[in-house]
Design a protein around this ligand. Structure first.
Ligand SMILES: Cc1ncc(COP(=O)(O)O)c(C=O)c1O
Length: 401
């Protein structure tokens, strides 16, 4: 964990603070332990802050994008569109126009209709669209906390229904995209997933008789958010992926393999900080109420895919060595859903203390209902070369009118 104590004077809570060195360490680890045949794409949905995108530009091979907004942000950050992979089950005509006009490296077609719409837009505009077929595999991988394939889903063509490719004039189908899910903490589960994807890719390229130029194998590497969870064995994952990719490469030597990661790269590099506003007792419980909450970090309140809510490993930065207390940590919203932790053992907080929610760098700011109840948005800070700088200011509701 980054030592945040020296930056606390220069920031205002509630806020996000990211440590660029941690992201760089993670990228460097993957670069060192994976073969060059694997391109590393960053999934912008995890954290789309412009300064972060700019800071990562030289260290990733491309970007996974899921909206026209992210595409515009990626262009603004100076990335080359040929290294974009644009996916999503409902792409509007305007988004497809932007992707095709920008010569986006790969647009994932998620259904026969989606493919037809891509072709229609490309035909109207003139240039070719470069497309990967997103596949919904027949087998479900149980190891992903949130499963996005292997069942009835809005994502991708069902594997078993793909018999032939349609003849298209302005659309070049050259790749496959398979994303099984997210938050997998089991290295063997990921190994199974890689093997399944590579054998499926080989089978489909033969069956559909097309030159497989790229296969996007998704991401989904998990983070140990809760006490008692073991971190993902990243060394074992890299070994398994290197082995699976080498086997695939023997049969498909010219196919580019794309790994698209968000959570594993960004989550541990980000912290959500909030300050204690009030402390009250109610029927034997101590409620600590902070100036942040679910509107700014929805995932930490357990409302982003958790079935049974669990506490993040929240700490008191102001008073880390105080005697521990058991508290209910409530956000400042007037809804009982706004609980950052229940029965949390934390160094005794007092009004004004700064509390830290770790593992908040991915799906924190981007996956929160920032307008809910109209509080200002949290500022975002970046620690870079030992300095902390503001990379997105707080904005008040009235500024969005
Ligand atoms: C298509 C696609 N690619 C990549 C990602 C990033 O996954 P993760 O953050 O688990 O690495 C997602 C997340 O939902 C996704 O839907």
């Amino acid at each position: 964990m980054t030592d945040l104590s020296k930056y606390l004077r220069d920031i205002k809570t509630p806020c996000y603070i990211y440590d660029l060195a941690e992201i760089s360490r993670r990228l460097a680890y993957l670069k060192k332990h994976l073969p060059d045949s694997i391109a590393l794409y960053y999934a912008v949905k995890a954290n789309s802050n412009l300064h972060i995108l700019q800071a990562l530009r030289g260290s990733v091979d491309g970007l996974d994008l899921s909206s026209g907004g992210e595409l515009e942000q990626a262009l603004a950050a100076g990335y080359l569109p040929q290294n974009f992979s644009f996916a999503g089950p409902g792409k509007t005509t305007a988004e497809l126009e932007l992707a095709i006009k920008s010569a986006c490296g790969s647009i994932s077609a998620e259904s026969p209709d989606d493919l037809r719409r891509i072709e229609t837009v490309a035909r109207t505009l003139g240039p070719q669209a470069f497309v990967s077929l997103r596949i919904n595999p027949a087998t479900l991988n149980e190891h992903f906390a949130l499963k996005m394939g292997g069942k009835a889903t809005q994502f991708g063509f069902d594997e078993e229904n793909l018999k032939t490719l349609p003849k298209l004039k302005n659309t070049a189908i050259s790749g496959l995209h398979i994303y099984a899910g997210t938050q997998c903490l089991n290295a063997s589960g990921l190994q199974e997933n890689f093997q399944n994807i590579f054998s499926l890719a080989q089978k489909l390229s033969k069956k559909l008789k097309f030159q497989l130029q790229k296969v996007n194998i998704g991401g989904g590497f998990g983070i140990d958010y809760f006490r008692g969870q073991q971190p993902l064995d990243i060394a074992a994952v890299c070994k398994a992926l290197s082995r699976a990719a080498a086997g695939f490469g023997q049969n498909q030597p010219r196919t580019k393999i794309i790994l698209e990661l968000g959570r594993w790269l960004l989550a541990p590099a980000g912290y959500y900080l909030c300050s204690v506003l009030n402390i009250k007792k109610s029927r034997g419980k101590t409620f600590v109420i902070v100036d942040g909450g679910m509107h700014q970090n929805q995932a930490a309140t357990g409302q982003l895919g958790q079935i049974i809510r669990k506490n993040y490993k929240i700490t008191n930065l102001t008073r880390p060595r105080s005697k521990k207390l058991k508290v209910e940590l409530a956000g400042c919203l007037c809804t009982p859903l706004d609980m950052l932790a229940t029965g949390l053992e934390i160094a005794g907080p007092r009004v004004g203390d700064i509390l830290c929610v770790p593992n908040s760098g991915a799906y924190g700011y981007t996956a929160s209902p920032l307008f809910f109840l109209g509080h200002p948005t949290p500022p975002e800070y970046l620690i870079q070369d030992g300095q902390v700088k503001l990379i997105r200011p707080s904005r008040r509701l009235i500024e969005f009118n």
